[in-house]
Ligand binder design. Sequence first.
Ligand code: GLU
Length: 468
Amino acid sequence: MTTVRTRFPPSPTGYLHIGSARTALFNYLFARQHGGEFVLRVEDTDRERSTDEAVQVIMDSMEWMGLEYDEGPFFQTQRFDRYREVIDQLLESGHAYRCYCTPEELTAMRETAMANKEKPRYNGYWRDRTDTPPEGIDPVIRFKNPLDGVVVIEDAVKGPITVANAELDDLVIMRSDGTPTYNLCVVVDDIDMAITHVIRGDDHVNNTPRQINIFKALNAPLPVFAHLPMILGEDGKRMSKRHGAVSVMQYAEDGYLREALLNHLVRLGWSHGDQEVFSLEEMKALFSLDGVNKSGAVFDVKKLDWLNQQYIQSASAETLASGLTEQLEKMGLSTASGPDVAVVADLLRDRAKTWLDMAEAAKPFYQAPAEYDAKAVKKQFSAEAGERLQVVHDNLAALSDFSPASVDACLQDTVAQLEVGFGKVGLPLRVALTGNTASPALDQTVSVIGKEAVLQRLVAAVQYCQTL
Ligand code: GLU
């Protein structure tokens, strides 16, 4: 049996689009599930856009997602000789020809077609011409598309799609400057790289009949084609920057877990019953082209957030600690002199949607509040609150055991001693410690921040309250 071989051929554009990431994932999963191979190919023929940085972004994105490829990266710009060889072969076998039309002639051709209410297309002027070519014109090379009959795409997702050859004109396979075009390069690559399954976005479905004709002209076996439904924003329009981040690395920056992003991506156009949460192992075991839906899939940021939260909640202590440390470091916060990151992360895991959220909530564990929230000050701080905080300070200072239970008992005693409700002590205390009134359970927060830092922050808050 032939080995399944899939490919992911992004064009470097400066970022890896979330739709491309989904394509990469599906190709990766399909290859893995069939014990096959997954090839990375960089389609860098647009030399202006294909900078080293843009290529690096692709590599970084693949690495962050953990989509390991078995071969590549291959670069199309390093294969120009091979494309020329194939173009010569097509010329020789009569499947391609030189076209000397000037841009003006092509424009006139299009206008005539439109005036006749026909599709603006090349009319095959040089297809069978044996005239002496005009001087001084660098010709393009066109593929001789069959004139009659139909092309059938046996699409593994959409079912058979039939296109009449009469609908397809003779496409340019080499520009007048000698560079090969996309449709030619892709076919040559897919043949040379022995690709068995072409799984890609349905924005390419119009190219497929043309590519199939080139495969046939080269006597090459056809791969299986599978076109994936478009990714839509929540308003049903094609996913774009208006709907949220479209770059994979932006999700990394924003503190998402790769597992959550991959899980969300796998559900964009693929389903397995009504299961929502899939580990990578499950995806590899369950993925199939049969489960790919025909209709568009909505990228729902809220769902991604929910998934991310699920993954954070169930992450191991190590994953949590390293995720949080990394994010805090990115924010320029040192954890060296503060509490154990694993303890802080565990305290925050139930509330955080992303690493970024968690790191924000973790800040008070590593640094005194730079300022107090104005609303919180208005509600919780006053001269009397300062007096209460002084009592809290003195009572906590007397504790030798700073465990959550001991802190809790101390705070309860303080409330009894002051004859006030718990909020009169707890809320100003939270503001003193974190600058705000939102934090995890107070006894744990106090305990984890640690005695020395807690007492210092209380002194500062008492002083602040005296000025009110
Ligand atoms: N380079 C193309 C793109 O980024 C993909 C071509 C293909 O899958 O055949 O859209």
